[in-house]
Design a protein. Structure first.
Ligand SMILES: [Zn+2]
Ligand SMILES: [Zn+2]
Ligand SMILES: [Zn+2]
Ligand SMILES: [Zn+2]
Ligand SMILES: [Zn+2]
Ligand SMILES: [Zn+2]
Lengths: 559, 150
């Protein structure tokens, strides 16, 4: 019974459900028990996978357990049990099937069923809006327009007010209705937004170039600091390229008069669009609910849809922690990551030798280059299968993740501490490397999806699923990476044993999933689904285990 | 690059109406490069010394601040070993309406009123804060040693 139960739990079934099913089927085997569960659980889409659109990720939220307010219980975990039983109808790969569709309608019906049948366990997912780089300016301008329409303020004044209220237009309007003058004043909106352009100013020289201003070339704001068109142009151009926009002031020394958008539109129309672009950037820079995606060349902005949100995901795959602006680091805390990164910097020379892409096969010693994410290696020459991380034999290999202290050793404490650090760093680093390879896989899948003009193409669905799988895989990798930060700072004891058990479990499943996905197009979609489901289950086990404090109470349902 | 009308005008004025205690003259072969001498203000630790500086107007001038540096060694919390000066108008507070004249006046004022709370030379600033008397004595000593005209 125990072996059967363990097998079922390994496959991602809930322990209690499995036990019940095994009892009901007289422990005849795993297969009858699974069939029993299917029959018992006749409601499809219990924890259905919802397809995500590029604009918005709509899935369950799991928050970082290290919330500063310690209000873990109130964090937005909307999902019910993370363990879903595989639903009854599981279709085998559509590519292999010989079904034909009589009509579009029937086909779409089928596609919908298919997607919702996918038994994807909801993984530590996030709810946030991603504003594509090209949409940021438009989005900001829409907000500005909304305020100008309601309040009759000029675009410049509207932006100043929005900035003051950190782009929270509802709060701004609320206050504005109460006392418009106070809001305008607090936001630094100039009382008169007057300016003079292309005027002849008799007897005065441009305060910058000292040319005389008698040729309809004088421009000045309400402060009367007159400069020529050419100097204003050079000045504004320079300020914009330095990233300034709304807070740009008059070019006179210590003059705080704001250069208004209408002034720029009139005097320097050729830079007006650039100015608006910069304005849009303040929309992200000065908004506590927004972050730039840190991925080089991405340029998207991430917006948390609520204050309690601490993680957001970009369409490029990057996941950010809103609290520390670093890559999302569940299960480690912001402080742990900060401390860890500092340590890595300090020890960068000792740790450098580790990040190598070639190692020798432990059996035949031929050099093997790693060009994928999976750490379950097999030597092309002698077919020996080994673990890239510990170089041990893959078969019967376990607990590669747990650092074992050498009890009777003459090594100095410093040496021991260094070895321990290197153990964790090596694994942290290896998962990061793997994640990089696997992010390429994800991109490949996305590119393939894009290439399918016709969503009716049967292959489209398979590729769509591969994308989902790589997404889960990357989440597992990212989490594994930070489990080594968390583990490094975790005291020895029962909690650590439990943690390492969950970590090892996730690690093994992740390598299996990675190995499958590396096969590329040639997939058995059914197997891939099962493995994806299993990996997300293991990921949830680990995250929930840590959230619940790694006590037997918190994790008992998984054993 | 052609010398702008502004630089020509500024130079003419610097020569015809010099600021008391300050001399500035461009090189003959590079009219954007000025040799500057500032006398230590009275009642400052720099009194009696003459400090030489170089001032260079980049192509961006006046949109960008001139580059100024002390050539004479000076013991001052806002001036480092390389002679670089910590002065807001030479950085973010620069305005194209400011001129060479105003920059030099500001540097002269900085000699009168060192500001150890916004230091560039940390050890000097520390010295200034912990024992102002002693720091001033060192500054006097350096003035005698490095900025003496005799
Ligand atoms: Zn001008
Ligand atoms: Zn002004
Ligand atoms: Zn991104
Ligand atoms: Zn963080
Ligand atoms: Zn081999
Ligand atoms: Zn291993």
């Amino acid at each position: 019974m125990d072996t059967l139960l363990a097998q079922m739990v390994d496959m991602g079934f809930d322990a209690e459900v499995s036990r019940f099913a095994l009892e009901q089927t007289h422990c005849a085997g795993v297969q009858p028990a699974i069939e029993f569960i299917y029959a018992m659980n006749d409601k499809p889409n219990a924890a259905g996978f919802k397809p995500s659109t590029p604009q918005r990720q709509t899935t369950t939220t799991i928050d970082n357990n290290n919330n500063n307010n310690n209000n873990t219980s109130s964090l937005g975990r909307q999902g019910t049990s993370s363990l879903s039983q595989p639903t009854k109808k599981i279709r085998t790969s559509i590519r292999d099937s010989n079904e034909s569709f009589d009509s579009d309608e029937e086909y779409y019906q089928d596609v919908d069923d298919y997607e919702f049948d996918s038994p994807i366990v909801e993984v530590a997912n996030v709810t946030n809006t991603v504003i594509q780089a090209s949409e940021i300016a438009k989005t900001a301008l829409k907000e500005i327009e909304k305020i100008t329409n309601i309040t009759d303020a000029t675009p410049c004044a509207a932006t100043l007010m929005l900035l003051k209220y950190q782009w929270n237009s509802n709060k701004l309007l609320e206050q504005y209705y109460e006392d418009p003058d106070r809001v305008m004043k607090q936001a630094g909106v100039p009382e008169k937004e007057e300016f003079t352009a292309f005027a002849s100013v008799k007897g005065e020289d441009c305060i910058v170039c000292m040319d005389d201003l008698s040729r309809k070339n004088g421009c000045f704001l309400s402060c009367n600091h007159a400069a020529c068109v050419q100097c204003w142009t050079t000045y504004v151009e320079g300020k914009i390229s330095e990233g300034e926009s709304i807070s740009m002031t008059c070019l006179a020394y210590k003059c705080g008069t704001i250069v208004s958008d209408s002034f720029i539109k009139k005097v320097i129309p050729q830079y007006y669009n650039k100015y608006l672009e910069r304005l849009a950037l303040t929309f992200v820079d000065k908004n506590p609910n927004m972050r730039w995606c840190p991925t080089a060349g991405c340029g998207n902005a991430l917006k948390a849809d609520s204050q309690s949100e601490s993680i957001a995901q970009c369409t490029c795959g990057f996941r950010i922690c809103f609290k520390c602006n670093q890559e999302s680091h569940i299960p480690a805390s912001c402080d742990q990551v900060k401390q860890w990164k500092k340590k890595c910097e300090d020890d960068s020379e000792t740790a450098n030798w580790i990040s190598s892409h070639t190692q020798d096969c432990p059996k035949c010693h031929s050099a093997i280059e790693k060009n994928g994410g999976c750490n379950h290696m097999s030597c092309k020459k002698c077919t020996h299968e080994f673990c890239w991380i510990c170089m041990g034999n893959w078969k019967g290999h376990s607990n590669c993740n747990a650092y074992k202290k050498e009890e009777n050793s003459n090594k100095s404490e410093t040496k021991k501490a260094l070895e321990r650090y290197l153990f964790y760093f090596h694994r942290y680093n290896t998962h990061e490397q793997s994640k990089k390879f696997e992010t390429k896989l994800r991109k490949g899948a996305l590119d393939t999806i894009m290439a399918f003009q016709n969503k009716k193409d049967k292959r489209w669905i398979d590729v769509k699923f591969i994308e989902t799988s790589t997404e889960v895989l990357i989440q597992c990798r990212r989490t594994l990476k930070y489990t080594y930060v968390f583990g490094f700072y975790l005291q020895d004891g029962a909690e650590k044993n439990l943690f390492e058990y969950l970590q090892n479990d996730l690690e093994r499943t992740t390598e299996n999933l990675s190995g499958m996905l590396e096969k590329g197009e040639d997939q058995n979609v059914q197997q891939l689904k099962e493995m994806t489901n299993l990996a997300s289950t293991k990921l949830n086990h680990l995250i929930e285990g840590v959230e619940e404090g790694l006590t037997a109470h918190g994790t008992k349902k998984k054993f | 690059m052609m010398l702008s009308k502004r630089i020509v005008k500024e130079t003419q004025r610097l020569m015809s109406e010099p600021v008391p205690g300050i001399s500035a003259s461009p090189l003959n072969d590079n009219l954007r490069y000025f040799n500057v001498a500032i006398s230590g203000p009275v009642e400052s630790p720099f009194e009696g010394g003459v400090f030489h500086l170089e001032l260079f107007l980049t192509d961006d001038y006046p949109m960008a601040a001139p580059k100024v540096r002390f050539l004479t060694k000076i013991y001052h919390p806002n001036i480092d070993k390389l002679g670089r000066i910590c002065l807001d108008i030479l950085k973010d507070k620069w305005s194209p309406a400011l001129q060479i004249r105003t920059v030099l006046l500001s540097i002269q004022a900085l000699l009168s009123a060192p500001n150890p709370d916004d230091p560039l030379a940390n050890d000097v600033a520390e010295h200034w804060k912990s024992n102002e008397k002693d720091a001033i004595a060192t500054a006097r000593d350096w003035t005698k040693r490095y900025a003496n005209t005799q």
